[in-house]
Design a protein around this ligand. Structure first.
Ligand code: DOR
Length: 450
């Protein structure tokens, strides 16, 4: 289906927190935009019909943090495969992190990524520029040039901006450019080459632990610098209760501080490294599934107390939105000792199914989950996405909140099969993803009427 066609999404539960909407309705898309939402008086429009009875119809999900790996690491992912995975996961727009090769620290690389995304991408792609040249932390990148090239923020993700003065300067520039500095908060002296969260699992497995303070020390520094510079700070992949608390207090003081959490940090604890997908416990016997390198990620999966604090923070708005940190790696980079394995999880295709557990367990109302995947990241980016307002872009995600399915990573369209959820049963699955009025993913047949 091309973007010119009229599509009628019939009879679904339309949840659009951006306009405080939650009702059974028909959504009509035409010419790439939302033509209208029709409640009790159903539409008489004709066109291609998607029957959404029993399904949720939401604005397209927006992912502020993913790794598309192109240029340079096409063996892990390409813009084509990563954006196809995004479409399968219900994401209609993603922001690509700059840890490519070459690093996205110049207009030429940003242009390359954005142009390739237009010609080969399945969803919208925005670019995040590097804070420092080569993300090496020594010299600021040409932030002005990158802003002109259209980046939506700056980050050295994968690496922290360790140098205090570099971070201070970056935050100062961020005020004049009106763009956020997105920091991967990890005090390297404290993480000290550790493998996983410091706690009973690391003790039992004999792996070197990473304390919560490795994240929190840098979050504290960054909040201080955001206050003194007036800069705009965003904390990537928050993982600890202490981070949530510091962000809460910074917000109360009116600072320009935001943070995101990933589906895995919101739903999995460090027990995932035991390979038991959460149904184990302190006294479960060690099995051959332990040392699960697919659960190795930076920052590491933390304790249940941290997971609970992140979920509470997401519910009360301290955690501003969900971002996937989709980090695909080749299988060879995970088939190794735990210490040698690459950090990262392939997330785009499991994100909704993981997150719906929070709704099914009564920890998060569905409209709040959707807000954190749509209106909240859209507001953060300041782009006109994330809502089904009439006249706005026809970016729509349709999903079945109750469909159970078993994760089989060999079926991922992402090149990255690195998930600790392989074999897990998830409840909640994307049925169709529409970008600018064009169906980019459709899990089932759709009929015609009119
Ligand atoms: O686990 C991670 N993987 N965390 C990051 O911050 C970077 C990412 C990657 O690029 O693989």
């Amino acid at each position: 289906m091309s973007e010119g066609e009229t599509i009628i999404i019939k009879g679904g539960r339309v949840v659009d927190p951006g306009q405080d909407l939650d009702m059974t309705a028909d959504v009509v898309l035409a010419d790439g935009v939302v033509k209208g939402i029709y409640g009790r008086r159903r539409t008489r429009e004709s066109g291609t019909v998607i029957d959404a009875t029993g399904l949720v119809v939401s604005p397209g999900f927006i992912d502020l943090h993913c790794h598309l790996r192109e240029p340079g690491f096409e063996y892990k992912e390409t813009i084509a495969s990563g954006t196809l995975a995004a479409a399968r996961g219900g994401f209609t727009a993603v922001c690509a992190m700059p840890n490519t090769n070459p690093v996205m620290d110049s207009r030429a690389v940003v242009d390359f990524v954005l142009e390739r995304a237009l010609s080969e991408g399945f969803v919208r792609v925005m670019a995040i520029g590097a804070v420092t040249r080569g993300s090496l932390g020594k010299q600021l990148s040409e932030m002005g040039e990158l802003a002109q090239a259209g980046v939506v923020g700056f980050s050295d993700d994968g690496h922290p901006v360790s140098d205090d003065n570099m971070m201070r300067q970056a935050l100062s520039y961020s005020t004049s450019l009106g763009l956020p500095i997105i920091n991967h908060c990890e005090a390297l002296d404290l993480s000290d080459g550790g493998d996983m969260n410091e706690g009973w699992v690391s003790n039992r497995l004999g792996l070197k632990g990473i304390p919560n303070s490795a994240e929190e020390a840098m979050v504290a520094r960054d909040i201080l610098l955001a206050e003194t510079t007036g800069g705009r700070l965003h904390i990537a992949h928050a993982s600890t209760a202490g981070t949530v608390e510091m962000v809460r207090r910074a917000k109360e003081r009116g600072l320009s501080v935001t943070c995101e959490a990933t589906p895995h940090h919101l739903t999995l604890g460090h027990e995932a490294v035991l390979g038991d997908r959460g149904d184990g416990g302190q006294f479960s016997p060690l099995t051959l599934a332990a040392y699960e390198t697919n659960a190795k990620v930076a920052p590491p999966l933390r304790s249940q107390e941290d997971v609970d604090a992140l979920v509470r923070g997401l519910a009360d708005g301290t955690v501003d939105f969900i971002a996937t940190d989709h980090a695909p790696h080749a299988t060879i980079e995970k088939v190794s000792t735990f210490s040698e394995a690459a950090n990262g999880i392939s997330v785009l295709e499991t994100a909704l199914g993981s997150l719906m557990a929070l709704v099914h367990e009564g920890k998060l109302p569905l409209p709040v989950l959707i807000e954190r995947l749509t209106a909240a990241p859209a507001n953060f980016l300041g782009v006109g996405l994330g809502s089904l307002k009439t006249g706005g872009p026809a970016d729509v995600t349709i999903f079945d909140p109750d469909a159970e399915w078993v994760v089989d990573s060999t079926e991922f369209v992402s090149k990255g099969k690195n998930t600790p959820l392989d074999g897990a049963t998830l409840k909640g699955r994307v049925v169709a993803t529409i970008v600018g009025g064009a169906v980019r993913y459709d899990a089932r047949e759709s009929g015609s009427a009119g």
